[in-house]
Design a protein around this ligand. Structure first.
Ligand code: PLP
Length: 457
């Protein structure tokens, strides 16, 4: 029996009775019912009532090539028939992850040539954490194990991911984080820059917080700094261009490894294959997932720089870590096809030179001037809209976060899926968006802002 035999109401009842959702208040969901998405095509998703919704979030920051790509289904089918599964433990391998690792080494910055596979961004960050600590232990410095991260960072939802992240509500439920991880200020100029402070100077000040944390612990105790190039779940917080080069300079000065979490930004979102290239930095690890397969299969790849890889090989000894599905052949086959499509359609270049700049201009022109909007910002095809009560003073509506949810709900009713996090609305569309899709999105968001304003004033 397929789902078509069930009514929406029945599916919602079964969902509520048996299915616990991520990051969900289940009491609330039981009252409201879930939205059941049944199919999707190109830039659109469709719910069980047949409503067409423009997907401004590419699923969950992942469906970069859009929905309904037969080639990916065919790649998965062919791989399942030939070799549906084999592991890469015990010195075994299979052709597809081998070829994907080679492809990733070609696309990654020059000093990055090794890949450790997993099934999710959280897993990849667990791997990254264990790997950098293992690296320093191999180097004879096991006490150099502290990690510096940032407040409001999101690095996943496993215990290590939550510990690395700086989300307070997640930490409150953690009941004991992985030890020796500290969080410093984020580079979020809209709220944290001082009156009159330039973007450039604010970027340097935010980077200085990393240096202060290193000095406080002592450089001989600090293994690495981890950050999302652009903080995604925290609200598409785009750092000033001065920030990352300065963080890198500081890390090098104190011999601290640089870990970049590109789970959202990897594979084209900022207009380069990796945001490391956008910000011109050379991280020691790059965590990737999501758009590696455009979300068609669960797969993550921790890209590992030559410095760490060389020590692993030279010093030897087993790295006691790995996952059953690491290098899953079907997921890797889908990733290879996905990367081929991104290349063939020139999507990364299109974001950099065409749709990214057009998106920025459209957001400024159609959304930036609205009474409810304190700021719009974007980089490549990811953007944020700050919802405020007062543009000049940046005063927010109360309770915190409620206004963005009001606007978000109107947007979805207008056929526009986007996300509200705190008082910030987020966009991270598929990279196949065109000028026309961008115009359509801006029109729907502007309408949602008008309707929200009527509710909120
Ligand atoms: N890191 C970042 C920057 C993310 O945005 C996410 C998920 O949104 C993760 C890690 C965790 O990835 P996953 O949900 O695949 O575990």
């Amino acid at each position: 029996m397929t789902y078509q035999n069930y009514s929406l109401k029945q599916l919602q009842q079964i969902d509520a009775a048996h299915h616990l959702h991520p990051f969900t208040d289940h009491k609330e969901m039981r009252e409201a019912g879930s939205r059941i998405i049944t199919h999707a095509s190109g830039p659109f998703i469709y719910d069980s009532e047949g409503t067409e919704i423009l997907d401004g979030m590419a699923g969950l920051w992942c469906v970069n090539i859009g929905y309904g790509r037969d080639e990916l289904a065919e790649a998965a089918y062919a791989q399942m028939k030939e070799l549906p599964y084999y592991n890469s433990f015990f010195k075994c391998s299979s052709p597809t992850p081998v070829l994907l690792a080679k492809k990733l080494a070609e696309l990654a910055p020059k000093h990055v040539n090794q890949v450790f596979f997993g099934s999710s961004g959280s897993e990849a960050n667990d791997t990254a954490l264990r790997l950098v600590r293992h690296y320093w232990a191999l180097e004879g410095k096991p006490e150099k194990n502290r990690i510096i991260s940032r407040k409001s960072a999101y690095h996943g939802s496993t215990i290590a991911g939550t510990s690395l992240g700086g989300m307070e509500p997640m930490h409150r439920q953690l009941n004991g984080a992985v030890p020796n991880i500290v969080h410093v200020m984020m580079p979020y100029a809209y709220e944290l820059a001082l009156p009159g402070e330039s973007d450039h100077d604010f970027g340097l000040r935010a980077a200085k917080a990393v240096e202060d944390a290193i000095l406080e612990a002592g450089a001989d105790k600090v293994a690495a700094f981890i950050g999302e190039p652009v903080m995604g779940a925290g609200g598409v917080k785009i750092p000033p261009m001065s920030y990352w080069p300065e963080v890198q300079r500081i890390c090098r000065k104190y011999d601290v490894l640089l870990m970049l979490d590109e789970v959202i930004t990897g594979y084209g979102r900022t207009g380069e294959w990796f945001a490391a290239q956008t910000f011109d930095i050379e991280p020691d690890t790059i965590t990737t997932a999501k758009a590696l397969t455009s979300g068609y299969q669960p797969l993550s790849a921790l890209l590992v720089g030559d410095r760490i890889a060389a020590t692993l090989v030279e010093k030897g000894g087993e790295f006691n870590h790995g996952y059953t599905y690491a290098g899953h052949p079907v997921a890797c086959a889908v990733a290879l096809k996905n990367l081929e499509i991104i290349e063939r359609e020139g999507l990364v270049d299109r974001v950099k030179n065409d749709t990214g700049p057009y998106f920025a201009k459209a957001l400024q022109e159609h959304i930036g001037g609205h009474d409810l909007v304190g700021e719009v910002r974007s980089i490549g095809l990811m953007g944020a809209i700050e919802i405020v009560r007062d543009k000049a003073t940046k005063e927010r509506f109360l309770p915190a976060g409620s206004a963005a949810v009001t606007v978000r709900d109107h947007a979805v009713a207008q056929g526009m899926m986007l996300r509200a996090t705190g008082d910030t609305m987020i966009l991270s569309p598929p990279l196949i968006w065109t000028h026309e899709t961008i115009d359509m999105a801006c029109g729907r968001i502007a309408k949602a802002l008008d309707l929200g304003q009527a509710d909120l004033r």
